[in-house]
Design a protein around this ligand. Sequence first.
Ligand code: XMP
Length: 519
Amino acid sequence: MKKDFILILDFGSQYSHMIARRIRYMGVYTLLYRYDISISYIFSKNPKGIILSGGPFSVYENGSPSISQDLFQLNIPIFGICYGMQMISFLFGGKIEKSKHKEYGKSCFIIEDDNNLLFNGIPRKSIVWMSHFDEVKKISKEFKVLGHTSSCPVAALRHKNKEIYAVQFHPEVENTEFGISILKNFIFHICQCKSSNWNIDNFVQNAINKIKKRVEKKKVILGFSGGIDSFVTAYIIYKAIENSLICIFVDTGFLLEQEKENILFLCKKMNFPLQIIDAKNRFLSKLTGIVDPEMKRKIIGKEFLSIFQKVSVTIKNVEFLAQGTIYSDIIESSIFSNSNQNQLNYSIKSHHNVGGLPKKLMKLKLIEPLKNLFKDEVRQIGKKLGFPMEILYRHPFPGPGLSIRIIGEVSEKKISILKKAENILLQELKKNDIYHNVNQAFIILLPIKSVGVMGDKRTYEYVAVLRVINTEDFMTATFSHLSYDFLERISNRIINEVDGINRMVYDITSKPPSTIEWE
Ligand code: XMP
């Protein structure tokens, strides 16, 4: 059955992925694309509706991202959000200017004209989330104002004859009281999408069929990290091609204590054939002298790939490399987050674990069955497949492992210090029933030392950071509000039991503005 599809053009807003998640929750399939994909490509995707996201730009500035006016001739309903609204107005001849006061936070939105589908069932006054510098000062005569706030006279508008709507606020953000209803009105009433077409029930079978057809009699190696994403990926590929799948687990030397043994155990439980490659010395020597986080990641990505390529030539008939890449990896690494947007090529999907190698050197063809799913969707699949708790709710562990939790240069000594500290944290989280109430917890070893006193003696040791977060999709996160007693216990145990750390601090930042890992 053909799925109803909503296409989101991303102009770089920190909330763009939230639009996608909200629509997926409604049971409608959607994907984010960079704003500059061609009109013919958009048309070929046959979307039932198009959403233009917000973004940090000003439409009147030279070189700011824009779209072709041909988009408005496609006769597909369009919904502009924030920058998306300013751009629509601008392209139709309206006037956009910097507003006197930056409007950030909650505002009271007042509907002036409720004779439209977008605000169907929405009260005349409601709270919306604003985050903008610019605003629409004058609209073209083809448009009509639908609502305002006290400091923004044009907070919503629509085209008089076309299905083009726009709002200055962010309906995708929780703080917009009726945001979901507004999005639903657009998706179901204006675009007339049906909700049952996209769900995860038929996802697994479709993915298995596709892989079977694509791989035929060839072999696939899978970069297996031991997280839920790689387990679900392995399951799907294994069902498709059985023993033509070879799972490769690389021991980088940057693993947690007992990590390798745990993964072996779980793989046995799931019946997946696993090959372990010991590359500890190789990774450590490549990182000697390297301080820059991006350099570390690139070197590690390159090493991973070169290992996979080497393995692939030792096994006959290997033509594919599979990875548990998920949608957030793709969004975070390839849309706007790598700062120099002009140099980004949307077709190169850099993955955390394969950064750094030019595509043409990559002889293996990629298989990434989960690349359009969010983490919670992958978990739902795992649950449906009957995966055990230890796999479903394992905290994620990044491919570069402890190397990106040791800020600055990595050394054997620092790895050993961090491993011990992480192990204590894990024990305490489990002992106190906290492990499953938080989504990720780890320690970061800082490259600075501080003075302490132990047993009446001066110490001069490293500072370590405790990072514990709660999140649904790892794209936004809040630090976990742990009890002082628990924090104290962790701090005491680590300082008493781990030689090399004499001070612990707790990271109380959210994502954004920080990221979850420190590097
Ligand atoms: P950040 O630090 O980007 O992390 O907020 C989001 C989530 O991704 C994990 N992460 C990685 N996972 N390879 C991975 O497999 C990586 O290079 C990598 N970097 C970050 C991170 O632990 C968090 O769960």
